[in-house]
Design a protein around this ligand. Sequence first.
Ligand code: SF4
Length: 106
Amino acid sequence: MDPLVTNGPSTADVRRDEAATSADAESQTRWRLSVDSARCVTSGFCVGSAPDHFTMEQVSRPSADVVAPDDAVVEAAECCPVEAILVLDARTGTQIAPKLVPPPTA
Ligand code: SF4
């Protein structure tokens, strides 16, 4: 058998392709931010914890509607005292924060 003839991609090729696919998926992930202005009580926690992502006018609002994933955004949503901040996966609509709490079981 000719050692230069192979039946498929090498393990290194497969791992390189998997790494590239994973990096592509991560680089394409975006989160959609929103603030319910009717709920916001202007505490300022979000602006303090994620100043790159929220600004305060009459009430808080996102600096941009769609952003790259950032833990500071999750922290802001989790710290909001009235759960006015919603963070969704921009592609799937899956809620990222605040975390959904399952109902208690009887
Ligand atoms: S943390 Fe919540 S209530 Fe406070 S300013 Fe931000 S959105 Fe408004």
